[in-house]
Design a binder for this molecule. Structure first.
Ligand code: SF4
Length: 160
């Protein structure tokens, strides 16, 4: 963690000194939260959501993004419980699923998901926040709440 913080500080310094843009590829959302201005979420070789840091963390639109956010270690989470994981595996890029590539792992998939969703701005008045999911905006805002946090609902019945 100490080395990571030093590297991020170094990147920030370089960014300020050179005024260069930095593209950082990572699965570590803590790093993203620490340094990014804009976030591009990729799944199965293509962009599934893109927006500002705040948009992605506070109003995420794609179920894969929900799954990533739901699997972050958090200080307010019961440490005796396993971290939530996204069920299944990413598809082979040689044999991608018909329609939405996330469909085999998505607990919210429905009939339309066999058609390929385009990467579109789907929030009225916000042309910059784009995603690739057929669900309606209000459905997304409801379905992404798991317990009291953003996450991807379990495809299995939850046994208390
Ligand atoms: S388009 Fe369908 S399968 Fe794909 S993420 Fe949205 S709800 Fe899930």
């Amino acid at each position: 963690m100490t080395i990571q913080a030093q590297i991020l500080d170094e990147l920030r310094t370089l960014r300020e000194e050179t005024r260069a843009g930095i593209i950082l590829v990572t699965h570590d959302l803590a790093v993203v939260a620490d340094i990014a201005d804009r976030v591009v979420v990729m799944y199965s070789g293509r962009v599934v959501e893109q927006g500002t840091l705040d948009e992605l963390f506070y109003d995420p639109q794609h179920p894969y993004t929900w799954g990533l956010l739901g699997s972050i270690t958090r200080i307010d989470r019961d440490s005796s419980q396993r971290l939530p994981a996204i069920a299944g595996l990413p598809p082979s890029l040689l044999h991608t699923p018909q329609g939405c590539h996330f469909r085999p792992r998505c607990p919210h998939a429905f009939a339309q998901c066999t058609e390929d969703p385009a990467l579109l701005a789907r929030i009225p008045g916000n042309a910059e926040h784009v995603d690739r999911c057929w669900l309606e905006l209000e459905q997304k805002r409801k379905l992404r709440v798991v317990g009291d946090q953003i996450g991807l609902a379990s495809p299995e019945p939850v046994i208390a």
